[in-house]
Design a protein around this ligand. Structure first.
Ligand SMILES: [Zn+2]
Length: 423
């Protein structure tokens, strides 16, 4: 006798479901002994969007809060650490477009600083639940004290004011990764052409569609100050060039596998092949995102499909180079089984149900990422100024006119100026 195919399909579905459910207790136990690190949560933009005075919203996080994240749900989901996102919309969306050469001033440095301030305020307001962290040691300290490690991830170089000086200050403030673009090109790097709701809206601005010269300097400076180079959102050429320049491991803080779902926000196999220990490879990892568009055909995308991406990436670069990134509070839809921050155990149970060993699962939860963070810290040369000082700024200085110069300075500056008799 033959079962109708729809019945078989439903039987299979419920089989998958009950299998993962059987592992929920084991998943929760693992989450309690080792931290799950989510490298992309957009909660700060929710504060900013919901309230004219966003700092007032920060207080409300310990009760039911709009969106995917609040403290009760983070606790129920047993999250060990979060990278809260420092982000402001691209200038063409938010106004203040800097133009095709990126030189017109914008307010993005201020906006990014305000987001850092919001995150700091959130941690200060909820000291029993949240604790600032930058290193893997900090994460363990927070986790062992029963608090959620809180790290800063900055999404997009359009917030740097074209200045590596600004980058260095963000490093001091604890920014731990920098995504080389959001959904727009910047003075440093080219973004992928995808943008929610609009395909292929971006033309090419940098030769070859990758990094600019300033972007090459940026990657070196990120290595030097110990900020992880994040290649999510970037063009394939930016990915390849950054991998070629970086002396430290690179990361995708929220992306999937393009071979599983053909989407420009996912990482193609030929770029994954550049990650590893072999000749011509560098270390790195991909944190698998929950954004439904990147995971599979709608509707019906579920936690199991997220694990399909993790397994594909793991098959190519190893299960020691995979991780987890929700994109909570930055999505207009969610995948089934991972609807909010209370649902992380479902994903861990799914990994266990597919035969991932506890060691592999602990790695995917956060161990792999902490190994990468340690390696990035080893490459960093704190205190050494290095050779990069790049900035395209400058309305003043470098030969500009100032009235407060001491006479010897004035003489030197005047000698810097181009004289007609030199032509
Ligand atoms: Zn993003």
């Amino acid at each position: 006798m033959r079962f109708p195919s729809w019945l078989l399909f439903h039987a299979l579905l419920s089989q998958v479901h009950s299998d993962a459910t059987d592992y929920l207790d084991e998943a929760k136990a693992l989450l309690e002994e080792s931290p799950l690190l989510d490298t992309h949560i957009d909660l700060p933009q929710i504060f900013r969007s919901l309230h004219r005075k966003p700092l007032d919203a920060v207080r409300l996080l310990n009760a039911t809060f709009p969106g995917h994240v609040d403290i009760p749900r983070l606790r129920e989901g047993r999250l060990g650490g979060a990278f809260w996102t420092v982000w402001a919309p691209c200038p063409d969306i938010a106004g203040g477009d800097p133009g095709p050469d990126f030189t017109a001033p914008t307010h993005h440095v201020r906006d990014a600083l305000e987001m850092v301030d919001l995150i700091q305020a959130t941690v200060a307001q909820h000291p029993d639940d949240l604790q600032l962290a930058r290193t893997s040691d900090d994460i363990w300290t927070a986790f062992r004290s029963g608090r959620i490690a809180s790290l800063l991830g900055m999404e997009g170089t359009h917030m740097l004011g074209n200045s590596l000086s600004v980058l260095r200050i963000f490093a001091q403030l604890g920014v731990r990764y920098l995504t080389l673009t959001h959904t727009c090109h910047s003075a440093f790097a080219s973004a992928t052409s995808w943008r929610a709701g609009n395909a292929d809206v971006l033309g090419e601005v940098h030769a070859g569609g990758g990094l600019s010269d300033l972007g090459v300097e940026l990657v070196r400076e990120l290595n030097r100050v110990g900020i992880m180079v994040d290649l999510s959102h970037t063009s394939d050429s930016t990915m390849r060039q950054a991998i070629g320049v970086s002396k430290a491991p690179v990361v995708w803080t929220h992306a999937g596998a393009r071979a599983v779902r053909d989407h420009p926000r996912n990482v193609p196999d030929d770029i994954l092949a550049l990650i590893g220990d072999g000749e011509g490879q560098i270390d790195g990892l991909v944190q698998s995102v929950f954004f439904p568009d990147f995971i599979g055909e709608q509707p019906g995308v579920n936690a199991s499909h997220v694990v399909d991406h993790m397994e594909h990436i793991g098959n190519i670069i190893g299960r020691t180079r995979v991780g987890i990134a929700s994109d909570f509070d930055g999505m207009y839809m969610t995948v089934d089984g991972l609807e909010d921050a209370s649902k992380y155990p479902n994903l861990i149970a799914e990994l266990l149900s597919r035969g991932w060993t506890p060691d592999e699962v602990r790695g995917a939860m956060g161990g792999n990422l902490m190994r990468i963070m340690d390696k990035v810290d080893e490459v960093a040369i704190v205190g050494d100024l290095g050779e990069t000082h790049g900035s395209t700024s400058t309305d003043w200085g470098g030969g500009g006119v100032q009235v407060y110069w001491p006479p010897d300075v004035k003489e030197k500056v005047e000698n810097m100026l181009v004289k007609h008799d030199e032509l």
